[in-house]
Design a protein. Sequence first.
Lengths: 301, 95
Amino acid sequence: MPTSVSVRFTHAALQWLAASNGIDLLHIKGPAVDDRLLAVWPTGDLLSDMPRTVARQSMDADVLVRPDQVERLFEVMHRHGWTTAYHFADGSAFEHAATLTHPVLSPADVHRRFPGIGIDPSTAFERLWAERHTALIAGTPCPVPSLRAQRLVLIVHAARGGALDHSDIQRSWHFATEEERAAVQHLADDLGAEVALAAGTGRLEEYHRTRGYELWRALSTREQSHVRIWVARVRSEPTAAGALRTAIRLILPNPRRMQATLGRRPTAREVARAYAQRARWGWREVAELARSTRARPRGRR
Amino acid sequence: MTVYRIPKGVAFVVPDGEPDPPGVVFLMQVPDGLPQVLQNSAAWIWLVVAEGEPDVADAVAHLVGRARHEVAADVEVFLADLVGRGLLEEGPSLP
């Protein structure tokens, strides 16, 4: 079965599980993207009837779940053969998505929030949910974000990966009308995503000294320095507790990730060695952070 | 005349790049079924139903360039098979 087919079945299966259990899901990225935001094949034939859109290639199905229903969704998925491969804390520094796998279907990336959206995740979900519409994926009606929300998601996702020349940004922003851009900006303002949007659309300097500026500058420019990225992530946390947790988490080794890399459960000795290596690296990072913090005052917001 | 329809919970995908009419359709009873594949005339029969054609045999005959009476019996057998596999269901009959 082609991956593109399997990914669509994953969306359909998740929607069936969600709808049957009163769980709200928004299907994002991949086959959930609106046709108006897809690339178009150049037919080279002026007489041909309609241009053909190019389907997006995905390896997994991305969904955004109402945050207070995350555990319920996991419980339901586990009852239907899904296994949690990576918990939220095992993934990116944003801890935004968990990956679940299935013996037949493509993996599912279950998002509890979307990186770049700064307001409370439940409030953000409700905002996106309020203007959702339905798209057919594998013949199954699936709730998807509004067109302007999809533009925002694609732009911010590309910016996070440092792909500022990504065609998603071209189609979602540069080829959009003034009205369409204004609609995206308005939504970004509501969601606290204005810094991330600015990073993806070449306007980041407008947000200099705003919290999140350093992080999005580091991400969108593919910053290579671990120290700078680490500092930016810590500084982008809105609370001191969050900053401390992020600082520690980015240093500690992750046994689940080690298992994936090794292809087996790491031994106690391997885990201990990883802790020692990370601790040595961490001390150097902490020293660098301290120097950096003294040199550059924390941004306001 | 018996009318067929897609049961709730049956997902279907025509792979990207398939010609018109498609030669392949994948079906799956979500969330726990196993994916199945229909090819060529089997795919056409299922897709004709998916498009809401009331007279499936007539539409399939048109697709394959044959007379309706030449294909009707085989189409009916296959439709009954799909119903038995849970991939189609019978709707209210048309007068």
